[in-house]
Design a protein around this ligand. Structure first.
Ligand SMILES: Nc1ncnc2c1ncn2[C@@H]1O[C@H](COP(=O)(O)OP(=O)(O)OP(=O)(O)O)[C@@H](O)[C@H]1O
Length: 523
């Protein structure tokens, strides 16, 4: 099959590797949906018009590397690129010859002439292929061989590393050997050697990495220097789902190579008898924590262990009494919607952080307080309704929209606005209403149901009250946290990560808001 890369009035022509029949089933339509412009065109013959045929277009975004061929021929380039084959994306390398070709409006983005030598053309092609990122970065890969169903090493070797190698990344690969190993690595690593930490794991390894970096005496430098990302290889892959918009490891690595680096807020989880834990995803107490941590022993059944856990919790009608105090940013769903509309396009602050960015605003008061239910020394804080807290089903607070594959739990989450979303439910709503709310999690519709309290806060405190004979779980980023009072506050814009198109995966929050408003006016 012939292949083309179109530039300013030129076409790079080449021969694509022949695929067997099954592989030949190219899913170009879906590639086109991701990226609206064309760079490489795949055609059948010399007179094929690469721009005219949708079926044959592959985007610039797919180009991983370009360089002059070893032969030194002035009009030849060797190009490595990603190409969708069936439902998978693979890496291919072809030699392209520069020739005159059709003009298009897109092509003016690269201005070349047929007499440009291959070095210049290659540089232009690379600049077009990496508009938002740097090619050939140094990557520390951390693989949790026990993540998910124990397939992370295989996933990395087959679906991730070929892309990193084709993109000429400088790779250091470490397999984690024990729980907490990634924290030790991040705490001790030479940060000058790396640009990016890529976790081939679930959410546990990025959680450990940020905590390792946080422990360092040069943590401001570490968080300024390093970008923390994930290719989905565990059972919970919220970081890639929320930031890269995919759970396919090969698509995720392509997004990591080509996406925009964005800063996100982190959350400091404080308790009175242990050091601060840093959280990038969520903290939860009640139904969800029981369903997640409380079903660890059922790991072997895969993702459905969580659904079974939630169902059995809701059926039991068990409550998790506590006292909750919050520092509101947006109290009601209406205030929250207005806030979202105002801040949804706020730009990420790219300036380097200094040590002040790590100063906690409310932790000293928390540490010094004997009566944690007394919030008189916290101006602007409020307690949540006592009746609601005594009958609490779940408390879930988070920073990223998707907490798992289909769970759009925080559809109004924003990356670096200095707030976290908090959701509280009341068991008095009853089984059907709770199940109804939880069944709409995939579309993020639960936040519009009366049974769910949804706010944006800057900080909150939880004082759990265990019933006799019970020791419920508290979960931070899916990891077990000791049962005790805790306080969480936002730390603005600390973590650099990569996001597809520079923002969180679309959640449909504004569309749902419009629909809800329409429904209420037509009633
Ligand atoms: N070699 C190892 N042996 C045992 N545990 C490990 C090892 N390496 C990492 N871990 C632990 O495994 C935990 C889970 O890792 P990860 O998030 O990658 O997988 P997961 O399957 O998505 O898990 P989860 O159920 O928490 O979502 C991490 O918190 C880490 O502490």
């Amino acid at each position: 099959m012939k292949a083309y890369i179109e530039t300013e009035g030129l076409v790079l022509k080449g021969q694509l590797p022949q695929l067997d029949d099954e592989e030949n089933d190219l899913d170009m339509a879906s590639t086109m949906c991701c990226v609206p412009f064309a760079a490489v065109a795949v055609g059948k013959g010399e007179n094929f018009d690469p721009i005219a045929s949708d079926r044959s277009l592959i985007p610039y975004k797919s180009i991983l590397w370009s360089e002059p061929t070893e032969s030194g021929v002035f009009d030849e380039l060797e190009v490595s690129y990603a190409r969708k084959v069936g439902h998978k994306t693979g890496v291919f390398t072809s030699v392209f010859t520069i020739a005159a070709g059709p003009k298009s409006s897109e092509s003016s983005l690269i201005s070349s002439t047929v007499t440009d030598d291959s070095i210049i053309l290659s540089e232009k092609l690379m600049a077009r292929a990496y508009p938002d990122s740097k090619p050939g970065v140094s990557v520390l890969v951390l693989i949790n061989p026990h993540g998910g169903k124990g397939l992370s090493l295989k996933i990395y070797n087959k679906e991730v590393e070929p892309f990193l190698r084709a993109a000429h990344c400088n790779l250091t690969v470490i397999k984690t050997k024990y729980s907490g190993h990634a924290t030790d690595i991040a705490e001790e690593m030479d940060i000058d050697k790396f640009d990016l930490i890529l976790c081939a794991s679930g959410d546990g390894i990025p959680h450990e990495v940020i905590n390792g970096l946080y422990k360092r005496s040069d943590r401001a430098k570490a968080f300024n220097k390093l970008v923390i990302t994930q290719v989905p290889a565990g059972s919970g892959n919220a970081l890639s789902r929320s930031c890269l918009g995919t759970l396919e490891p090969s698509d995720a690595v392509l997004e990591i190579l080509k996406g925009v680096t964005v800063r996100t807020d982190l959350m400091a989880v404080c308790s009175q008898d242990q050091p601060v834990i840093v959280s990038f995803l969520s903290q939860t107490y009640g139904i969800i924590a029981q369903a997640d941590i409380g079903t660890e022993w059922m790991r072997w059944i895969g993702e459905s262990r969580f659904d079974i856990g939630v169902l059995s919790q809701v059926l039991s009608g068990r409550s998790y009494p506590c006292t909750i105090a919050v520092k509101y940013i947006a109290r009601t769903i209406e205030e929250l919607s207005d806030y979202y509309r105002i801040h949804m396009n706020d730009a990420s602050n790219d300036a380097d952080l200094d040590d002040d960015a790590f100063e906690l605003k409310y932790n000293d008061v928390f540490q010094e307080t004997d009566d944690l239910c007394d919030i008189s020394n916290l101006p602007g804080w409020e307690k949540l309704d006592d009746e609601l807290c005594s009958n609490m089903g779940l408390l879930y607070s988070g920073k990223m929209p998707y907490v798992s594959k289909d769970t759009n739990f925080f559809p109004a989450a924003l990356p670096h606005d200095g707030s976290m979303d908090i959701v509280v439910t009341d068991v008095r709503a009853g089984f059907f209403k709770t199940v109804d709310a939880l069944l709409s999690l995939d579309k993020g519709l639960h936040v519009w149901t009366e049974e769910v309290t949804h706010s944006k806060v800057e900080a909150f405190r939880v004082i759990p009250r265990a019933k006799p004979g019970q020791l419920p779980f508290i979960s931070v980023d899916g990891e077990n946290f000791p049962f005790q009072p805790f306080q969480v506050e936002i730390m603005r814009g600390l973590m650099k990560t990569v996001m597809r198109d520079g923002s969180y995966t679309e959640t449909g929050f504004l569309d749902n808001h419009r629909r809800m408003q329409l429904d209420s006016t037509t009633l």
